[in-house]
Design a protein around this ligand. Structure first.
Ligand SMILES: CCCCC/C=C/CC(=O)SCCNC(=O)CCNC(=O)[C@H](O)C(C)(C)COP(=O)(O)OP(=O)(O)OC[C@H]1O[C@@H](n2cnc3c(N)ncnc32)[C@H](O)[C@@H]1OP(=O)(O)O
Length: 359
């Protein structure tokens, strides 16, 4: 749903109540979006080079080009909402969070050379995503969206990038029963994928090994995907009685065409890294022996590019799609809520957990 004038005014008030200074970069974005939302494209003469503050403001506003007023209003509201929710959630984080050193049980998060690296860290489970890990990934992304880094990278520890949803997640049934479990899971899935849709900085996947399920589908929401030639890409939804998530029902046909998307999302065809690259899901493939060195050298060079420019370019590239992506995400989550209760899905999960089946 588009932000109304009332939402916009309420967001302006919330900015005044922020407990923590959001920093100059964010303040410039707020200024630019406010001007664009209220006055349209930048109409002021360019300040002189030595008028640093007004020049920075002018640059930020001017960079929004012809972004429609309604989109600017929506982006302003989204940005303020991310600032307020992060200041609320900062009460829940463990000591050290203010220094960007939050501790996670299933992730290793580091920030260096302008790059925040979020590494899945359950190598003995092939980095399967447990319920707690979903929450940690959302927290880590929200923190990365506000830290000083220019680029955020997601990667995996060990031989796998990620084996997708931890199939044991569905064994933890709450007092409300399996229906309640399916409902809670659908809400968590929608929030999880929504965090990727809204992520404001360049987001890069460094796919160090095989990727399965949701770790593959969300790649369509990344800005670049670098893969080792050891990586594979597998979405065995039908085998598991499931249906696509991560907005793949929309992004995959757009990226690779409907016929190739069908092979992956309906027939569960596993792609090699080379095939995924040929189909546009992967940006570039590197030999495993030089993968880390080559990718990180490149990312360090990219991280030195002007951060505001990269962020704004991402907005220009992605923002038109945001509303659609959120709608797709809501629909996929609601379809899955039903699927999880189906015999097909329950039997496939039981077979895996009782060691009768593997992919
Ligand atoms: C809840 C809300 C959101 C839901 C969103 C929905 C998303 C959908 C998906 O993501 S679908 C994809 C789900 N993933 C899978 O089906 C993968 C299942 N795993 C396997 O088939 C295999 O483990 C393998 C092919 C990934 C790796 O096989 P390999 O023989 O190399 O290794 P092991 O099987 O011995 O794995 C080591 C231990 O890790 C456990 N494990 C691996 N992946 C998962 C997983 N996804 N869920 C739970 N557990 C996993 C595996 O069982 C081994 O455990 P063990 O040592 O106790 O035997």
């Amino acid at each position: 749903m588009r932000a109304s004038q009332e939402d916009f005014e309420s967001a302006m008030n919330q900015v005044k109540l922020l407990k923590k200074d959001p920093g100059n970069e964010v303040k410039l974005r707020l200024y630019a979006l406010y001007k664009q939302a209220t006055e349209g494209p930048c109409n002021m003469p360019k300040p002189g080079v030595f008028d640093f503050i007004n020049k920075a403001k002018w640059d930020a506003w001017n960079a929004l080009g012809s972004l429609p007023k309604e989109t600017a209003r929506q982006n302003y509201v989204d940005l303020v909402s991310s600032l307020t929710s992060s200041s609320e959630s900062s009460t829940q984080v463990k000591p050290g969070a203010d220094r960007g050193q939050q501790e996670y049980e299933n992730l290793v998060v580091t920030s260096e050379d302008g790059i925040t690296k979020i590494m899945f860290n359950r190598p003995t489970r092939k980095n399967a995503i447990s319920t707690q890990m979903y929450q940690e990934i959302m927290l880590a992304l929200k923190a990365a969206s506000k830290d000083d880094s220019t680029i955020t990278v997601v990667t995996g520890n060990g031989d796998y990038y990620c084996s997708g949803n931890d199939l044991a997640n569905f064994t933890d049934i709450p007092p409300g029963g399996v229906e309640e479990k399916a409902k809670q899971s659908a809400i968590m899935l929608r929030d999880f994928v929504g965090t990727f849709i809204d992520f404001p900085k360049p987001l890069v996947a460094v796919v160090n090994g095989p990727a399965v399920g949701i770790s593959v589908t969300i790649l369509g929401l990344f800005d670049a995907v670098y893969a080792s030639d050891r990586a594979t890409f597998h979405t065995p939804f039908s085998h598991l009685g499931l249906s696509p998530e991560g907005c793949a029902s929309y992004t995959f046909p757009k990226i690779m065409g409907p016929a190739k998307a069908t092979e992956m999302l309906i027939f569960g065809k596993k792609l090699t890294a080379g095939e995924a690259c040929a189909q546009g899901l992967v940006t570039e493939v590197f030999p495993d022996s030089t993968f880390q060195k080559e990718v990180w050298t490149r990312l360090k060079a990219y991280s030195k590019l002007p951060p505001n420019s990269m962020r704004i370019s991402k907005q220009v590239i992605r923002n038109m799609e945001k509303e659609k992506l959120h709608a797709v995400n809501a629909e996929e989550s609601s379809v899955l809520q039903e699927r999880w209760l189906s015999d097909e899905c329950i039997n496939a999960t039981m077979n895996f957990l009782s060691k009768k089946a593997k992919l």
